[in-house]
Design a protein around this ligand. Structure first.
Ligand SMILES: [Zn+2]
Ligand SMILES: [Zn+2]
Length: 464
């Protein structure tokens, strides 16, 4: 069994974490791998660990049965305001607040961490992750130490090994020996977590990378059968925050060769290439005068890509762009509790009420602008009409596919621009019953969005 993630799996995991790269991205394998590593580090909030971070400096987490005990189930969880809002909405609708499992390997991994936390609270010190059929692969894990980084952050030192069909017997024997160590109140239970092969490989990647947090001086007492087990550390895992998302979404690489991007297409700014260059219709000084200068000014990758790119490039360039003002709430509703902004800030840090329960941030005068993870690149937005008290369109919600930024465009800020958007929405390029439309947009300032009014993006790009 190959204990690694292939390109499409890496892209899938990144996408689940909010990092969207085209399915046919040309980013090189090692660049993608590094992107995943950085993303996993960000999901463990490693930049908030004490520096230098040395687990031998940490004191033990209070024992589960002691007076100072703190729930590890609570401590390994990191949610965001956005998630809290989604869960709240689901509960209101009478649904289950538990996310659907086995679809998104990143969510699965976070659920597994919660499962482990639950068992640790009961005083258990081992577990096994297995695929649902229990026949393809497994990760056996024993907890060596639970250490305290701070009051809300445990560092769990584990000894682990993966097994496949050919080594299953060794794995099963180890499990039998662990069952015998269960506390009497648990009995002979097998502490099994269902985990897809992809989730297991993701966990193994994370553990391999986290192994560097264990100093070579750390002493491990190995039990029978644990000779080839490895040592690593588990930290709480949660959604990526805006800073990390914006960094990890930034460099998409040259659209052709995947090398580091040096410039964007000067015509539309929507695509990057490794060399310098300009599309042929641009005015001087970059305008090529003949075939020779065409090759000279137009870097190789960009030249190769031009036949494919020119339609998008020209349509973006020729479009009518309108700048609209953004708001974080609808006029008249400013006092409402909103959770749209900073909603990827982890609830474990700041902005938090007592008892570890998230509280929604109240929008006020000093509310931060909607986050910008795109820089000045164009991105697709969905504009959706909202009706005012009079039944007239008075505002529209605007958000991107990742819902990293959600804001409102309001009639009262600029009736003319608002009217143009509504007209476009109800016109032949609008569709969707005249109540919503997809458009290219570009952030021009914290509070302003430029929308390409009269160019409808392709159908393939607008299914969300
Ligand atoms: Zn290139
Ligand atoms: Zn272009």
């Amino acid at each position: 069994m190959e204990w690694t993630l292939n390109r499409s799996e890496t892209l899938q995991v990144l996408q689940c974490m909010g990092i969207e790269l085209p399915a046919d991205t040309k980013l090189l394998d090692d660049v993608l791998e590094k992107r995943l590593r950085d993303a996993l580090n960000a999901a463990q909030y490693k930049d908030r660990l004490p520096s230098p971070f040395d687990i031998s400096d940490l004191s033990p987490w209070p024992a589960p049965k002691s007076a100072e005990r703190r729930s590890l189930f609570d401590a390994v969880q990191r949610g965001s305001f956005q998630e809290s809002r989604q869960i709240f909405a689901k509960k209101l609708a009478g649904g289950s607040a538990v996310p659907e499992l086995y679809v998104d390997p990143f969510t699965d991994l976070r659920q597994t961490m919660m499962g482990i936390g639950k068992w640790l609270d009961q005083g258990l010190r081992w577990c096994v992750l297995q695929d649902r059929e229990r026949e393809h692969c497994a990760v056996n894990m024993r907890i060596l130490d639970i250490l305290e980084v701070d009051e809300k952050t445990p560092a769990i030192v584990v000894l682990y090994r993966s097994f496949d069909k050919s080594t299953a017997e060794i794995g099963i024997n180890w499990l039998k020996e662990q069952v015998a160590t269960n506390p009497p109140e648990i009995g002979k239970a097998l502490l099994n977590v269902n985990a897809t092969p992809l989730e297991q490989r993701l966990l193994l990647k994370l553990l391999a990378w986290n192994a560097s947090l264990v100093p070579s001086s750390y002493e491990v007492e190995r039990r029978h059968g644990e000779e080839s087990f490895k040592v690593s550390v588990l930290l709480p895992i949660g959604p990526l925050e805006y800073n990390a998302l914006s960094k990890l979404n930034a460099n998409q690489g040259c659209a052709v060769c995947g090398k580091r991007a040096a410039s964007r297409c000067a015509g539309c700014h929507s695509i990057s290439y490794c060399g310098q260059g300009a599309p042929p219709y641009l005015p001087s000084p970059l305008k090529p005068r003949n075939k020779l200068t065409f090759s000279f000014y137009f870097a190789a990758c960009q030249r190769a890509h031009w036949p494919e790119h020119k339609a998008t490039c020209r349509s973006l360039k020729g479009g009518t762009w309108r700048t609209v003002r953004l708001r974080t709430s609808v006029p008249g509703m400013e006092g409402m509790y909103m959770a749209h902004f900073n909603n990827r800030t982890s609830t474990a840090f700041g902005l938090q009420g007592g008892g570890g329960k998230p509280t929604f941030q109240q929008v006020d005068e000093s509310a931060p602008p909607p986050p910008n993870v795109y820089g000045d690149r164009p991105f697709l937005v969905k504009l959706q009409i909202g009706l005012g008290g009079s039944g007239m369109a008075e505002n529209m919600m605007v958000y991107d596919r990742k819902r990293t930024a959600q804001a409102f465009v309001c009639l009262e800020d600029d009736a003319w621009a608002f009217g143009e958007l509504v007209k476009e929405m109800k016109g032949p390029r609008g569709g969707h019953g005249g109540v919503k439309m997809y458009r290219w947009a570009r952030r021009v300032s914290d509070w302003e969005l430029s929308v390409c009014l009269d160019r409808a993006p392709g159908a393939a790009e607008t299914r969300w």
